[in-house]
Design a protein around this ligand. Structure first.
Ligand code: ACO
Length: 429
């Protein structure tokens, strides 16, 4: 017999179905709770709410496990590439050679932006944050492909996905060039995804950017490690928008906005700014740690802590190793890396961080890698957004393919005034 949970409320007993995932994660299905009892559940910040069933990514935060479609992140980081992983995440399986070639060709075919979009880019002031440009331009791009989003949009999904994944890196590179007043560099069809992005970021009309294989590989790995992370703030946002049947580009643009905040994707920029500030002040990190523990200081140790990982973030382990290797290969010594390592060492021994299970997350070392490659700090969260695109696309697809999917619409417990009447303006005090 299927397991149920028993709820006793107002003298009555209710049976609630228990749902068990493939990794034995258990949930109590409360979808009929309000109909049957008049009660809703209250879960501030959704920490205990399963908003969907999903077969894309598995995380076990206690054991530090992350798997895309069942494959451990460590194996993918060692053996795969971002584009292969994007295929895995979006379509559910590792591509055969023919599938990978077709997918890569489709990405190449879709790498250019419509020339008219240049005018939109020119309208942004220099110094505009590239995340603002990215979300606006992803949304704007959808206007150029109405044929993809008509009633038959399910049949065009593969093209939509490839177009978004390919164009997001072109948009990101253009956003950077425009914000610096630099001429736009067009993509080169003979370059692979990540190398092409670096080319568009850093080549000049009269000089090709020197693509260092180890830098390309490190950035590809950063994309891969960010490719999906189940129901985080931005992915949940994408699913929320998708549930209203908004198109893929609009849903992804909303994801970019959610990612921007410093408690989410914006943390990688915040980490580097924190390390720079510590360095400027001549602190080795000790003063900052003391401030991060003081709730009145308004400071947090950025790049530390995670809603799900209560053990080490497995991505942080991989990134830390790659960071060391890259700096060695490029013969870079970065004082910020020494500060980061010192902060980590001190925090991991400090009862404040131990008791709260706060460990370095993926953002703690990724910024140092990006800095070594020459990516400016304001582009860090954009890099995260490019990396997260396969996850958003796959989650969008899952929402659209659910046979009985409903619009996402949480409830609330109202705490405002009870019935109150309109007071004419002259009578107001
Ligand atoms: N520095 C200092 N204290 C912290 C930190 C931190 N980085 N993170 C959490 N805490 C403390 C909180 O003050 C709180 O303390 P209390 O129990 O005494 O009140 C306790 O730890 C729990 O913190 P919450 O904010 O309730 O944890 P939550 O799960 O809501 O937040 C989050 C997780 C947002 C990641 C948080 O740890 C944080 O702000 N970290 C810094 C920002 C960051 O690195 N974000 C990137 C997240 S990963 C990503 O998006 C890729």
């Amino acid at each position: 017999m299927d397991k149920t949970a028993e709820l006793k409320l107002d003298g009555k007993t209710y049976q609630l179905p228990v749902v068990v995932g493939t990794e034995q994660e258990r949930a109590i299905d409360i979808s009929n709770l309000r109909n049957e009892t008049g009660y809703i559940t209250l879960d501030d910040g959704y920490a205990n709410t399963g908003s969907c069933q999903s077969s894309i990514t598995f995380i076990d935060g206690e054991r530090g496990i992350l798997r895309y479609r069942g494959i451990p992140i460590e194996e993918l980081a060692e053996k795969s590439t971002f584009i292969e992983v994007a295929h895995l995440i979006i379509f559910g399986h590792l591509p055969t050679s023919a599938e990978l070639r077709r997918f890569s060709d489709l990405l190449t075919e879709n790498e250019l932006l419509n020339e008219a979009m240049k005018h939109h880019f020119e309208g942004f002031p220099t110094q505009a944050h590239p995340m603002a440009i990215l979300s606006s331009m992803i949304n704007a791009a959808s206007c150029f492909y109405p044929e993809l989003f008509g009633p038959d949009s399910r049949n065009t999904f593969v093209v939509q996905a490839a177009r978004l994944l390919s164009k997001v890196r072109t948009i990101a590179a253009y956003a950077y060039r425009m914000s610096r007043g630099l001429p736009i560099i067009y993509p080169k069809p003979d370059l692979k995804y990540t190398a092409n992005f670096l080319h568009m970021m850093f080549s000049l009309p009269y000089q090709e950017y020197d693509l260092k294989p180890e830098a390309v590989k490190a950035l590809d790995l950063i994309f891969l490690l960010h490719a999906d992370h189940e129901q985080n703030c931005s992915t949940a946002t994408v699913r929320m928008v998708a549930s209203s049947r908004a198109n893929l580009f609009a849903s992804a643009a909303a994801g970019v906005c959610a990612l921007w905040g410093p408690l989410h994707g914006g943390a990688n920029q915040a980490v580097l700014e924190m390390l720079e500030a510590i360095h400027r002040e001549g602190d080795d990190g000790s003063k900052f740690i003391a401030a991060a523990k003081d709730k009145n200081s308004g400071k947090r140790l950025m790049g530390f802590g995670h809603r799900v990982y209560k053990n080490y973030d497995p991505r942080a382990k991989i990134i830390k190793r790659v960071c060391d290797q890259l700096l060695e290969k490029l013969h870079i010594t970065d004082p910020l890396l020494d500060i980061a390592k010192h902060l980590e060492e001190v925090a991991l021994k400090d009862p404040y961080f131990i008791e709260r299970k706060l460990y370095p997350n993926v953002d703690f070392y990724s910024g140092i890698i990006m800095r070594a490659i020459g990516i400016p700090v304001e582009m860090f969260t954009v890099i995260f957004a490019i990396g997260r695109m396969p996850g958003w696309i796959a989650n969008y697809k899952e929402v659209m393919e659910q046979p009985h999917s409903r619009i996402y619409r949480p409830r609330q417990v109202y705490t405002g005034p009870t019935l109150n009447h309109y007071t004419p303006i002259k009578e107001r005090k």
